[in-house]
Design a protein around this ligand. Structure first.
Ligand SMILES: CC(C)(COP(=O)(O)OP(=O)(O)OC[C@H]1O[C@@H](n2cnc3c(N)ncnc32)[C@H](O)[C@@H]1OP(=O)(O)O)[C@@H](O)C(=O)NCCC(=O)NCCS
Length: 175
């Protein structure tokens, strides 16, 4: 596992530092996808993790590069789903606007998948919206092997549905 110092080129880190709160909010805000409340919420997950440690249920992967203007290129946050054995929620995955389409999201997702694979099959769940703005997000999940498993109609607003994607991960191979 890495340290808190930004290194170059792109590195993945799972330890959480106080500075991550601001950086995560910057990444989320840069995307133009999230409301100010959602950006705050992303920061508060870091805060909870720093306060409560692993029992917070929030696990992070940060992608960073000291060589770029925005050292944090992206982050993912995941954790075990409440009361559900072998289901894991992918709460957030976001890549800084300036770093999109360069494999950062793939690297983050790959690391999350490595971490959540266990001795039994695991299902990784990602929620998104049916809004047109999220078409690239849905394309990303579908490209990465997620299947649409549920839709909650008019969840966010009339005509704006919650879309739930899931990816079944085979058990980890034993050495
Ligand atoms: C969705 C997101 C995380 C993807 O990260 P990224 O670094 O841009 O994606 P990558 O460069 O790793 O691309 C991964 C794959 O998805 C595909 N993909 C990415 N964006 C795509 C798009 N707009 N349309 C179709 N396919 C797309 C790529 O072709 C790539 O395929 P490959 O693995 O065969 O090369 C990023 O674009 C993002 O932060 N979006 C805004 C926030 C968001 O929607 N988060 C998720 C909901 S919380």
């Amino acid at each position: 596992m890495g340290t808190c110092a930004a290194t170059r080129p792109l590195t993945l880190r799972e330890s959480v530092c106080p500075e991550d709160q601001r950086a995560v909010m910057d990444v989320a805000a840069s995307s133009g996808f999230f409301s100010p409340e959602e950006v705050e919420m992303a920061g508060s997950l870091v805060e909870e993790r720093l306060r409560d440690g692993e029992p917070s249920g929030y696990f992070f992967v940060f992608a960073e590069s000291g060589a770029q203007t925005a050292p944090m290129a992206g982050f993912a946050c995941y954790g075990p789903a409440t009361y559900a054995a072998d289901w894991v929620d992918l709460y957030w995955i976001a890549v800084h606007q300036s770093r999109r389409g360069a494999g950062v999201g793939s690297a983050l997702l790959e690391r999350v998948e490595q971490r959540v694979r266990g001795p039994r099959a695991t299902t990784l769940v990602a929620e998104t919206s049916s809004r047109g703005q999220y078409r690239p997000t849905r394309a990303f999940y579908e490209h990465k092997g997620f299947a649409l498993i549920a839709m909650m109609k008019s969840f966010y607003a009339p005509g704006e549905h919650k879309i739930i994607y899931a990816k079944r991960l085979a058990p980890q191979d034993r050495p």
